[in-house]
Every structure is written in structure tokens, then in C-alpha cells.
Design a protein around this ligand. Structure first.
Ligand SMILES: Cc1cc2nc3c(=O)[nH]c(=O)nc-3n(C[C@H](O)[C@H](O)[C@H](O)COP(=O)(O)OP(=O)(O)OC[C@H]3O[C@@H](n4cnc5c(N)ncnc54)[C@H](O)[C@@H]3O)c2cc1C
Length: 231
């Protein structure tokens, strides 16, 4: 049996190699989107020609979103708890996650490769500051992660249940989940999360997802690239 917290073959590493997102499965192609749009005329096609690309662009441009929902992706994600918290706000995804009520093995932590300073104007944002002296602070973060794990192990050894002991593990704990979403809602996720307004850590995952799905939806990707989005 394969272990879930090992990345699948088709994956992209993020967060300095500490996290990843992989494409587990997908349903449908750009031809499925076009066929869904043409269902009303009772005509179906397997290929995508130039005229079809125009129809695809028309659908996206005019927010005829339901044909996009016939393409579905399943991703496997390993990310810090705080990224998972932001990700799971997207209610149109279906999620399943390794439960810390069931297992205490393979607990790992994210240590940021560098630190950003708090932005003063936008209370939600951070800024890159040159020469920000972070080596000591980074070591302390790593130490804190390990101390949390040591306390967790101590509680487990004393017979405390996993569901309570996990409370002492930091927000940097890595979690692994599966997420399934249709293309329409994925595009919405990517618009919000591959954005300068999003936290840079979750943004890395959004950029990686674009890399994974671009070969499957090349004309959709080209459409957004032509509108100035990075794809
Ligand atoms: C930069 C940024 C900052 C954020 N900051 C905060 C914050 O400070 N605090 C905070 O709480 N959240 C914050 N969020 C989360 C945000 O409010 C959304 O919950 C999250 O982005 C998911 O977006 P969504 O609801 O559009 O996506 P989804 O849940 O995937 O929904 C997609 C679309 O489906 C429709 N939909 C889904 N569920 C319903 C429903 N129940 N009723 C009606 N329509 C529905 C809506 O049109 C929605 O846009 C932030 C998000 C971003 C990107």
C-alpha cells in the first residue's frame, strides 16, 4: 500500500522543498467543456479546433461557467497547518485529510527559509526587508517546532489521547490532504490565491497548481495569459 504523505509522481515542490502539491486524477478535457456548452444543440465533438477556442474564450469571458464544471481535478497536498486553514475556506472543494486522531506517525514541521517583516499599512500583509537579521529567529522557530513535538511525545508516552495531545503541535505542522474541485471553482481559487494580496506561502501552491494543470487545459491557460495573468 502506498503512503499518503509521499508525493505522487506528478507533483511540484514548494516552500523551499518542504511542501508539495500533486495531481492525483482528473476528469474531462477542454473538449468536455465545449461539448457541455453544445449539449443544448445536441452536437458532440472529440477535437478542439480554432473555432472551438473562440467558443471557449467566449464562455470564460461571458462567465458561462457551468460547462467548466465538467472538468474535475483531484490534488494531493502537503502544506503547513496555517496554509491548510486558508485553503479550506474554499468551500467548493471536497477534502479528506490524514487525521491526527488516528495516527501519531510522520509528524513534520515547516521552518520558513527566511522571514518577512509585518507590513505597516496593510495589517494582513508582510514585506520583504533587506538585511532582516533572521538566522537566530529561524533557529528559534525550528527549536519551538521540536519542543512542541517533544511535549506531544511526552503526553503520548503518559497515555494521553492523540486528539488532545495534538493541541501542542505548532501551526507549522505539515498536514497532508486530498482536494477535489471542478475547473470553474479552481480558476476562482487561483485568481484569489495567485495574487499579491494572498499570503506568499499559499501563493506558491497556486502557482504550482497552474504548472500541473496547464498541459491539460492549454487554451484556457492561454486565455488568462492573454489577459495579463501569469500562467
Ligand atoms: C487575500 C485574502 C484574504 C482573506 N482574509 C480573510 C480574513 O481576514 N478573514 C476571513 O475570515 N477570511 C478571509 N479570507 C477568506 C475569504 O473570505 C473566502 O472565505 C475564501 O477566499 C474563499 O472564497 P470563496 O468563498 O469565494 O470560495 P468558495 O468557498 O470556493 O466559493 C466559491 C463561490 O461559490 C459561492 N458560494 C460558496 N459557498 C456559498 C454559500 N454558502 N453561499 C453563497 N455562495 C456560496 C460564492 O459565489 C463563492 O465566491 C481571505 C481570502 C483571501 C484570498
Amino acid at each position: 500500500m502506498q503512503r499518503l504523505n509521499v508525493p505522487p509522481t506528478n507533483h511540484v515542490k514548494v516552500l523551499d522543498g518542504q511542501g508539495w502539491v500533486g495531481l492525483i486524477d482528473h476528469l474531462g478535457t477542454e473538449a468536455s467543456i465545449l461539448n457541455a456548452a453544445r449539449v443544448s444543440f445536441g452536437k458532440l465533438k472529440d477535437s478542439v479546433d480554432e473555432k472551438d477556442v473562440k467558443l471557449l474564450e467566449y464562455l470564460i469571458e461571458n462567465r458561462h461557467t457551468s460547462p467548466l464544471e465538467h472538468v474535475v481535478f483531484t490534488f494531493s497536498v502537503q502544506c503547513p497547518l496555517f496554509v491548510r486553514g486558508q485553503w479550506h475556506r474554499h468551500r467548493t472543494w471536497s477534502y479528506n485529510e490524514i487525521s491526527r486522531r488516528y495516527t501519531e506517525i510522520d509528524i513534520g514541521f515547516f521552518t520558513p527559509p527566511s522571514l518577512r517583516a509585518q507590513a505597516e499599512v496593510n495589517r494582513q500583509a508582510s514585506i520583504e526587508v533587506e538585511g532582516f537579521d533572521d538566522k537566530k529567529m529561524l533557529e528559534k522557530i525550528s527549536e519551538h517546532n521540536n519542543q512542541g513535538l517533544a511535549l506531544y511525545n511526552e503526553l503520548m508516552a503518559a497515555g494521553v489521547c492523540r486528539e488532545q495531545a495534538r493541541g501542542v503541535l505548532s501551526q507549522n505542522m505539515m498536514v497532508t490532504f486530498w482536494g477535489t474541485v471542478d475547473l470553474n471553482n479552481l480558476l476562482h481559487f487561483l485568481e484569489l490565491r495567485d495574487s499579491e494580496h494572498a499570503q506568499s506561502e499559499i501563493r506558491e501552491y497556486a502557482v504550482a497548481i497552474k504548472k500541473l494543470i496547464k498541459p491539460l487545459i492549454p487554451n484556457v491557460a492561454n486565455y488568462f495569459a492573454s489577459k495579463g495573468q501569469s500562467w
